[in-house]
Design a protein around this ligand. Structure first.
Ligand code: PLP
Length: 394
């Protein structure tokens, strides 16, 4: 018998990164269909169903959702180029890797970014939103831009409180929110929080493969787009609106991903129900944190009111490389964990618990982490998994 390592790995791979997430078989089957004429009647029905159905996921009835064949980064750009003009001032917050990347996009479009420094362990401070806007009586600031669930840190900003802070000072800036890892995993209320542009992607809570991005847009943002002077081509809402009215797109849409999206909306909104989706995610996030505390490791997120329901980021003790740890866990247990990103590289690994996930899948992942800690020689306490199990079965 050969003793060379087998390339076949029996059982299921554990994809426990914070997106792309596991795509349910049911969605894979829904996409497994012939591509159709994207200018024909069958497509129009699919387009209309998706464009209308996705609104519920954003918790909007007043807003309009645009769907792009793109990743979340495209959604950031769409939000900017449709609403702003060169030299506009915007307020952004350093909550982690993704807020930093969004800021880079804003810089590249010639926006003047007031980037409030942060420690990557806390979310946007609504008191700073209030004081910054109060100090802007001339309304030079045109947009407040926040990442809801900072996927690099597991910290969720309190968007409802950010809105309240904006209202308190009566500032007319647009509110733009990156919900790439919170849509369909955490309670994200586009209408109630009067978000002007919510940006999202297909590959996280929506349980789809990567390849679609979204901007949910308020009437105020649409009005702003009439005055905005940044050049826009691919991302133009003006081009989308007349086509979308009939279920079509101004260019070739990602037909098969839209089949998947229709199925995902059916599963999340009509079958499980969004409140249950949020509860499931919050419960898995809590179980994960209990495991981390049980191991005696540190969470990146320092504020309990700001725990993300989608992802938990964990410090390894000094001297232990997260990259080597993740490599070992992948090799030994076929479990993919999220990497530490930019400032947190080398020190932090992330457990994604969003998307199509149930208790036993989460437990399997936590077992893999606990076994990995032992095998990698990380000083830790036993009992993290036991704490999670106790919580999940209580
Ligand atoms: N914003 C957040 C919060 C993210 O987590 C990501 C990706 O993980 C992005 C933006 C960028 O999205 P994409 O990689 O789909 O372009």
């Amino acid at each position: 018998m050969s003793d060379h390592p087998s390339s076949y790995r029996p059982g299921r791979h554990f994809l426990q990164i914070p997106g792309p997430t596991n795509v349910p078989d049911r969605i894979l089957r829904a996409m497994d269909r012939p591509t159709i004429d994207h200018r024909g009647p069958e497509f129009a029905a699919l387009g209309l169903e998706c464009l209308e159905g996705i609104k519920a996921v954003f918790q909007t009835t007043a807003g309009q959702v645009f769907i792009y064949p793109a990743s979340g980064t495209g959604g950031w750009e769409a939000a900017i180029v449709n609403t702003l003009s060169p030299g506009d001032h915007v307020l952004m917050f350093e909550t982690g890797h993704f807020s930093t990347l969004w800021r880079v996009v804003a810089d590249r479009f010639g926006l003047v970014v007031d980037y409030v420094a942060g420690d990557w362990r806390h979310g946007v401070d609504p008191a700073i939103v209030e004081s910054k806007l109060a100090a802007d009586p001339g309304h030079a600031i045109k947009a407040v831009m926040c990442v809801h669930s900072e996927t690099s840190t597991g910290v969720a900003s309190r968007i409802g409180e950010v809105r309240a802070a904006m209202d308190k000072v009566g500032h007319p800036a647009l509110l733009m929110v990156d919900a790439v890892s919170s849509l369909a995993s955490m309670d994200l209320r586009h209408d109630e929080w009067r978000i002007d542009v919510t940006v999202a992607g297909s590959q996280k809570g929506l349980m789809l493969p990567p390849g679609l991005s979204f901007t949910a847009v308020s009437a105020k943002a649409l009005a702003a787009s009439k005055q905005a002077r940044l050049p826009r081509g691919f991302w133009s809402w003006d081009d989308m609106i007349p086509q979308n009215r009939n279920g079509f797109f101004p260019y070739t849409p990602a037909t098969n991903l839209l089949y998947g999206l229709r199925e995902a909306i059916q599963m999340l909104v009509r079958e499980e129900g969004l409140p249950n989706v949020f509860r499931r995610h919050a419960r898995h996030a809590e179980a994960t944190r209990r495991a981390v505390r049980g191991w005696g490791l540190d969470l990146v997120c320092q504020e309990p009111k700001e725990y993300s329901g989608a992802v938990t980021a964990v410090f390894l003790p000094e001297g232990f490389s997260e990259a080597a740890f993740r490599q070992l866990v992948l090799k030994e247990y076929d479990l993919s964990l999220g990497a530490g990103l930019s400032k947190l590289a080398g020190r932090v690994f992330r457990i994604g618990h969003l998307g199509s996930m149930n208790d036993l899948m989460l437990c399997g992942a936590l077992c893999g982490v606990e076994m990995g800690l032992a095998k990698f020689g990380v000083p830790h306490r036993k009992g993290g998994v036991a704490a999670a199990l106790e919580f999940l079965s209580s």
